[in-house]
Design a protein around this ligand. Structure first.
Ligand code: CU
Length: 472
């Protein structure tokens, strides 16, 4: 039986749930520390509607896995990196410095911005060099995004070493009532006994498995914490922004016996909340969920359920094990009246398929797209600003490959011929083994060379990527 019932209304009603701080006293019976949102990047600008921050990637030592210290790559000393917190319409200036011993970039995953600020492999930043990333957050992009390195051939390594952080874009006018917000940056990693992050020799058996599957690790993190706790009051509804920043792990998250209300995805809010028992969150994908407290004093978990994205030859032995990600504790405080959630959140205008001027055929093989590996000097898809196109993406092999397009949000038309049940703005779409999906995209601005690729980062690093040139 499903225990959660959300109160939906056609009209926005003032929330009755108070904002709750998470400075509450630790529950001695619980397993982990209270989950803390990553720190925010500090805005040093005095100008209105301007967010100006300093971001440095450097080698440092941190305890990621409890009990051992690891040499990591970190943004401003944190794993995950500090959150870039902005509003629609803000002008954003990021003073980035590369103090790593290798070239890097910062890719602002999902953000619609000029080519020069996309942080793709076309614009590497050498060790010791700096770059200002500058963009204006477009109206209508409120949602949850993330940033990470995207250097040629080294993205999976850089993320495994600790370089990833969230971006939250707030709307000028958010239809949801004021709720306690939790940012949950999901990641995984693998360590040697002495704490060294485990990157096996690519020529070894283990290295070969990583290359084939995409590197995963047995330690699952929420905001860099292992099995942290979240406290909630009975009747309270919290807004969870969940980011999958793993290099290869596809999460399938659920709270046993309880539904959640999905209100958003990659590019922001859905038109209407959707009640879900579980969410498949592919690499790089985001979701916004409303989660409700249970009975006073009760406790449950957010779980990662088994999901078979693998080919049988390299499927990990423990692929079908359910794992706990965090504990959700309903406090003993008196219940609050549940807030009323508006039944309509936003309006998404469907892109017009009759306006499509091209249908692109993208074939995902194992490690290749349309028979090729990546060549920076080659243009795989050539188009122009203002064009609307349909992309038909087919995965012909027995392993899932998550599709990501840089720079432009798209809408999913159908998957294996089944019409997408609701409109949404996406930049990630898992293409399961032996399946086809069709998306529609409009290049409404920003000429340049944009990447499209598999977001299993070992696949991307080995060339499962192509170049979309949008001409002026
Ligand atoms: Cu792939």
């Amino acid at each position: 039986m499903l225990l959660t019932v959300f109160v939906l209304s056609a009209t926005l009603v003032a929330p009755s749930s108070p904002r709750e701080t998470f400075a509450a006293r630790a529950n001695p019976s619980a397993t982990g520390d209270l989950a803390s949102n990553p720190p925010l990047l500090v805005n040093i600008s005095k100008l209105p509607r301007t967010v100006e921050v300093n971001l440095t990637a450097a080698v440092t030592k941190l305890s990621l896995q409890p009990g051992v210290v690891s040499e990591v790559f970190a943004y401003n000393g944190h794993v995950p990196g500090p959150t870039l917190d902005v509003r629609e319409g803000d002008r954003v200036i990021i003073h980035f410095k590369n103090e790593l011993p290798e070239p890097t970039t910062v890719h602002w995953h999902g953000i619609h911005l000029p080519f020069e600020s996309d942080g793709s492999p076309f614009h590497p930043i050498k060790p010791g060099e700096s770059k200002d990333y500058v963009f204006t957050v477009r109206p209508g992009t409120a949602g949850t995004y993330w940033y990470h390195p995207h250097p040629d051939h080294r993205t999976g390594f850089a993320i495994g070493k600790g370089l990833f952080g969230a971006i939250v874009v707030h709307a000028a006018d958010d239809p949801l009532p004021r709720l306690t917000e939790k940012l949950l940056v999901l990641s995984d990693n693998r360590f040697l006994q002495d704490g060294t992050i485990d990157f096996p020799d690519p020529a070894s058996h283990h290295g070969g498995i990583d290359e084939e599957n995409g590197r995963e690790g047995p330690v699952l993190f929420v905001n860099g914490q292992v099995l942290p706790r979240i406290q909630i009051r009975s009747g309270e509804v919290q807004r969870w922004r969940v980011v999958n920043s793993s290099a290869g792990r596809i999460f399938r998250i659920a709270i046993p016996g309880q539904t959640m209300l999905q209100v958003g995805t990659d590019g922001g809010l859905l038109e209407k909340p959707v009640e879900v028992k579980e969410v498949l969150l592919t690499t790089g994908e985001r979701v916004e969920l409303l989660v409700r407290g249970g009975a006073r004093g009760s406790s449950t978990v957010l779980q990662n359920l088994p999901y078979d994205r693998y080919s049988p030859q390299t499927r990990p032995a423990d692929w079908n094990v359910t794992r706990d990600l965090l504990t959700l504790e309903t406090t003993n405080l008196p219940p609050v009246t549940p807030p009323v959630i508006p039944a309509t959140l936003t309006k998404i205008v469907p892109l017009d398929t009759t306006k499509a001027t091209a249908v692109r055929t993208i074939i995902f093989g194992q490690g290749i797209i349309n028979g090729h590996t990546m060549d920076m000097a080659r243009v795989d898809v050539s188009t122009h600003v203002g064009a609307t196109e349909i992309w038909e993406i087919t995965n012909i092999v027995g392993m899932d490959h998550p599709f990501h397009l840089h720079g432009f949000q798209f809408q999913v038309l159908d998957r294996d011929g089944v019409k997408e049940p609701y409109l949404a703005w996406k930049d990630m779409l898992n293409i399961p083994k032996h399946s086809t999906a069709r998306i529609i995209v409009r290049y409404d601005d920003y000429p340049g060379k944009w990447m499209f690729h598999c977001h299993i980062l070992d696949h991307e690093d080995h060339g499962m990527m192509g170049v979309l040139e949008v001409k002026p």
